[in-house]
Design a protein around this ligand. Structure first.
Ligand code: P6P
Length: 344
């Protein structure tokens, strides 16, 4: 990307400072926390981009709390975010997909006003095949007094989030985030090591032209989900003009990002194999649901908005339907109608 004088050279740091001006009472903690995250993202992006050249591909031989093989890059990304985020005392707790328990940070170290939850490297099973992967994060505000922070401060519904975002390590590395004032995308210019504004105020298209789901799970789906996917393929209520193309990368951040920009819907339903779905509520569904609603879309577990689900456990899973608002609402209506019908 060559920059002409006068081109838009908004860095993510200056954009975050602009966002801070919307909060006159801001202390700067939130801004510095977001900058910690973008710094960690640059470090992980460098390692992902050269993963094939250094001994960082493949498995560690360990399993994470989800029972999944931990890739070396998973562990590297997790360590990096754990080390870089909240080092100025803005954070009272960190929670990661890779760690069974959250890390609580002692009250002595700063205001501890925020909590950060993240999936350090989602889609990592694809890394060795050079498929795009991503980091997903959310930031919430502490509810308890500083010296009495507990898991309850972590288990807040997504509607309470202060910020959410993701990094996609793909053909280029992008940082996409919202603080509740629109969704904004930045592309990393490796030559200068800066994320530069490339997608201001992202809005998801009104109509979905793509559906993303693992159709290999079809034998495990219930009849209602099978009928929904059939109609996505053949056109809703037989209207051929509403037929959609199938696009499934198998990396949530990559599928979500494409659907956000071009208009689509991602489905990971509950099934016999995954009764509660496969994706995690706290650090996958909630942050992406916050982002998609800010961009004019919607996310549901099939019955209600993801952001309204009262969390019960840090690693709990949820069915996830996310993308263009009218399509996700239609899916909810189909599932509600099926639930009301006598079990056939
Ligand atoms: P399946 C990756 O493991 C992940 O969590 C998401 O990134 C992705 O969308 C999904 O699982 C893929 O799951 O069952 O289709 O391989």
């Amino acid at each position: 990307m060559t920059w002409e004088p006068g081109a838009n050279l908004t860095t993510v740091e200056s954009h975050i400072l602009e966002m801070q001006r919307l909060h006159p009472s801001a202390s700067g903690d939130f801004t510095s926390l977001l900058n910690d995250i973008t710094f960690a993202a640059k470090i992980v992006a460098r390692e992902v981009s050269r993963a094939g050249l250094v001994d960082i591909l493949g498995d560690t031989g360990a399993q994470n709390v989800q029972g999944e093989a931990v890739k070396k890059l998973d562990e590297y990304a997790n360590r990096t975010f754990m080390r870089c985020v909240g080092k100025r005392g803005q954070v009272c707790a960190l929670a990661s997909e890779e760690n069974e328990d959250p890390v609580f940070i002692a009250p002595a170290e700063g205001s501890g006003r925020y909590l950060v939850l993240f999936d350090p490297l989602d889609g990592s099973s694809n890394i060795d095949a050079n498929v795009s992967v991503g980091t997903i994060f959310s930031i919430s505000r502490r509810l308890s007094p500083r010296d009495r922070v507990s898991s309850q401060d972590l288990l807040q519904p997504g509607r309470n989030l202060a910020a959410a975002g993701y990094v996609i390590y793909g053909s280029s590395t992008m940082f996409v985030y919202t603080t509740g004032y629109g969704v904004h995308g930045f592309t990393l210019d490796p030559g200068i090591g800066e994320f530069l504004l490339s997608h201001a105020n992202i809005r998801i298209p009104f109509s979905a032209t793509v559906y993303s789901t693992n159709e290999g799970n079809e034998p495990d789906w219930g009849p209602a989900v099978r009928e929904i996917v059939r109609q996505l393929k053949h056109g809703r209520a037989g209207q051929a003009e509403t037929r959609m193309a199938a696009r499934y990368i198998g990396s949530l951040v990559a599928d979500f990002h494409r659907n956000l920009l071009h208009g689509g819907v991602y489905l990971y339903p509950g099934s016999r194999r995954h009764p509660q779905g496969k994706l995690r509520l706290m650090y996958e569904a909630n942050p992406l649901a916050f982002i998609v609603e800010q961009a004019g879309g919607y996310a549901s577990d099939g019955r209600r908005a993801i952001l309204d689900i009262p969390p019960r456990a840090l690693h709990e899973r949820t069915p996830l339907y996310i993308g263009c608002r009218d399509t996700v609402l239609w899916i909810e209506q189909c599932l509600e109608r099926a639930a009301g019908e006598p079990a056939g």
